[in-house]
Design a protein around this ligand. Sequence first.
Ligand code: TXA
Ligand code: MG
Length: 326
Amino acid sequence: MTAGSGDIEKAARVLRAGGLVALPTETVYGLGANAEDPGAVARTFEVKGRPPTHPLIVHIGGAEQLADWVADVPEEARVLAERFWPGPLTLVLRRGDRACTEATGGLDTVAVRVPAHPVARELLSVFGGGVTAPSANRFGSVSPTTADHVREELGGAVDFVLDGGPCLVGVESTIVDVSGGEPAVLRPGGVTREELEEALGRPVPVPGVSRVRVPGQHPSHYAPRARVVLVEPGQVAAEAERAREQGHRVGVLLPPALADAEVKAHTVVAVPASPAEYARDLYGFLREFDRRGCDLIVACPPADEGLGLAIANRLHRAAGPRPAAR
Ligand code: TXA
Ligand code: MG
């Protein structure tokens, strides 16, 4: 059931009282707190089990409020805000005084975004201030794209859950550092690199992305319980078979090119051919493998183009080395 105006009023009251509200955004569900309330922001870190050194994104109601939160707005930040807000873009800028130190992790920059989801927009408008909102999941696990995902994972630790239906973008916002020097993508997401380059009229680097992938280069994040193994499309069937013979309960994310292939596994999910649909459904697929008891997922990262860059990034992060106790 999508939240009504009574729910939004209630959520705003909870935020004002220092509570935590799970809210829908177009990317993923966020765990919201008043960005100016150090106690409330500190609680988000506790509930997520997230190290305090990982700063949060401040969500605001409109680009016209940006100047309240940052020291200055360089021309290229203005261009990107005008072109992509409201929407799945986060800008990192030199910080102002308004966001509490807990939110910015002690950095001299702050991450800000104007979400597009109508429920998030309404909440920000009624609340009036800024809302810090990390993805509403335990640190390192798969981000939630429905209100049920949030309830399953964080349940009673959240004071109020606003249900806005399933998220339509499905992967997190693109984070662009525009705090000085050349703009650079810190995290690929719902706005593509190509769209950023078109808006700015120049190349925008994505540090860490190169054609050559070193397996296990990224520490694990966005990860389901099942281990994730990435292979070339030509190796999917053989890898799934090998893992099955070793006694694994295997899940396969079958790429569109292999839609007709015969792949034996416990659970086979055919990936949508449309990158937007793949991004929208990706986290739900990973959760589904866990729900079905798979302990190993075989997948192929798509090419680093358009939304494929964000999808490939999340798959690489899910496949990265895990801390011993998870
Ligand atoms: O789509 C999204 O961005 C979602 C929804 C809820 O808005 N939020 C989200 O938040 O993904 P979170 O906390 O899971 O990820 C925020 C990322 C972290 O990787 C953090 O390191 C980075 O933003 N970040 C925050 N402030 C930063 C800063 N000042 N400089 C560089 N990175 C920053
Ligand atoms: Mg997150």
